[in-house]
Design a protein around this ligand. Structure first.
Ligand code: SF4
Length: 280
């Protein structure tokens, strides 16, 4: 049994959030640059060029890609042969505290959603999802999740007779309603199956997949492609100013579900799709 000290986790989490907030993932940067070349709308092209410039400045000057530095969402895959010595949530929060303090990143978390909306002052606590996987490693996926786009995310309990068409309609409707509020071009994460809460978690996990990653199942692979095509026909465009580059990708994660239901959740992510990963 391998032992990992929580101090190691704290350090890695701090590095990941600094990295995610300053350095857009290369594949997002490449996709935005490519979109600028194929965008037909002049304003849309301008928006995409500005985004590329913004990514470059953020990286070179170690500045946040966006003023909304996000709520920290962390997925931790824990190997079955690993013993984490200490409190995992505390270690993750300590890493976030360090990153947001030392990196001059905006603190965006309030103590209570309803009765005490004072800022916690350190961007904690994080939302943490854990699962056990084979092996003796710990994989940490960090996401600085902006909330302009999060606010446009939706979930719905469809029934089997709604079928695939119902799911497609719901996803397209969600992107349409979101319009410019997701700071497009967006990445669309879809969770389908499980329970209402599990579908929501899956939609977040879907967003952690690399943009170029192809779904291993051919049906879902095709569905992701078809949805992207349909979304980019909606005409929302970069920044919502019209055009064809509304989304850079659609990622779907599925799970078995009850015979009576098709839970579906769409988590919208903006162009500032800030993720970083590390394996300990
Ligand atoms: S939705 Fe994304 S790009 Fe827009 S303000 Fe929020 S974090 Fe920034």
């Amino acid at each position: 049994m391998r032992t990992i000290q929580t101090q190691e986790i704290e350090k890695v989490v701090a590095d990941l959030f600094l990295q995610a907030n300053y350095n857009i993932e290369p594949e997002i940067e490449e996709a935005v640059a490519a979109a600028a070349k194929s965008e037909t709308s002049e304003v849309g092209r301008f928006v995409l060029e500005q985004l590329s410039e913004n990514y470059k400045i953020a990286r070179e000057e170690k500045l946040a890609i966006c003023q909304d530095t996000g709520l920290a969402v962390v997925f931790v895959d824990i190997g079955e042969d690993v013993h984490i010595k200490g409190n995992l949530q505390k270690a993750i929060d300590a890493g976030i505290r360090k990153a947001y303090e030392e990196g001059y990143l905006r603190k965006s978390v309030v103590k209570d959603p309803l009765f005490d909306r004072t800022n916690t002052g350190d961007n904690t606590p994080a939302v943490v999802y854990t699962r056990f996987v084979p092996g003796d490693k710990v994989e940490i996926l960090a996401s600085a999740k902006g909330f302009g786009c999060e606010n446009m995310s939706r979930t719905k309990m469809l029934i089997p007779s709604d079928g695939l068409e119902g799911v497609i309609d719901f996803i397209l409707e969600t992107v349409k309603i979101a319009g410019p509020n997701t700071c497009p071009p967006s990445v669309v994460g879809v969770g389908v199956g499980g329970t209402i809460d599990y579908a929501a978690m899956l939609s977040k996990r879907a967003l952690m997949r690399p943009l170029a990653d192809e779904h291993p199942d051919s049906n879902y692979r095709q569905l992701e492609k078809d949805l992207l095509e349909k979304i980019n026909e909606l005409g929302i465009g970069p920044g919502g100013f019209g055009g064809k580059m509304t989304s850079l990708g659609v990622k779907i994660e599925a799970y078995p579900t009850h015979i009576a239901s098709i839970p579906v959740c769409v988590t919208m992510c903006c162009h500032a799709s800030r993720h970083a990963r590390a394996v300990l």
